[in-house]
Design a binder for this molecule. Structure first.
Ligand code: SF4
Length: 124
């Protein structure tokens, strides 16, 4: 078995702790991103959310969390001016509570106020 001297031990410890903190930091970031989802807000009574695998929802690239958008299909979603393009700012959206609303296009349930689809248009 290889013997480590003090310098090697310290260097390996620094590398290991840096790697761990980067990995943990990334998890924290993803965790924060996930908290942006509004799934914690209760659905309005008696209503269900639009299924993301609903044929119309899929055709429009809809997701309840706009961050889940397929950027290969909708590269414009990465542009800085697309940041606020979410359901709650869409002309088709009617707010029902702090997390959910009705969409005039996806009518099979309610949509998250943080969602997005390719039919988004700015609320006037
Ligand atoms: S049309 Fe507007 S409100 Fe409806 S899902 Fe698309 S972005 Fe959301």
């Amino acid at each position: 078995m290889k013997q480590y001297n003090r310098k090697e031990f310290l260097m390996k410890s620094i590398v290991l702790s840096t790697t761990l903190s980067l990995v943990m930091g990334e998890s924290v970031l993803f965790g924060k991103e996930k908290k942006k989802e509004n799934q914690s807000f209760p659905l309005p009574e008696g209503l269900t959310q639009v299924a993301e695998n609903d044929p119309t929802a899929q055709a429009l690239g809809f997701h309840h969390n706009a961050n889940d958008t397929d950027y290969t299909l909708f590269p414009d979603r990465k542009l800085p001016n697309a940041k606020n393009q979410i359901c709650q700012h869409c002309s088709q959206f009617t707010k029902l509570n702090e997390g959910w609303g009705k969409c005039n296009i996806l009518t099979a349930g309610v949509v998250s106020n943080l969602g997005w689809c390719s039919a988004w248009s700015k609320k006037s």
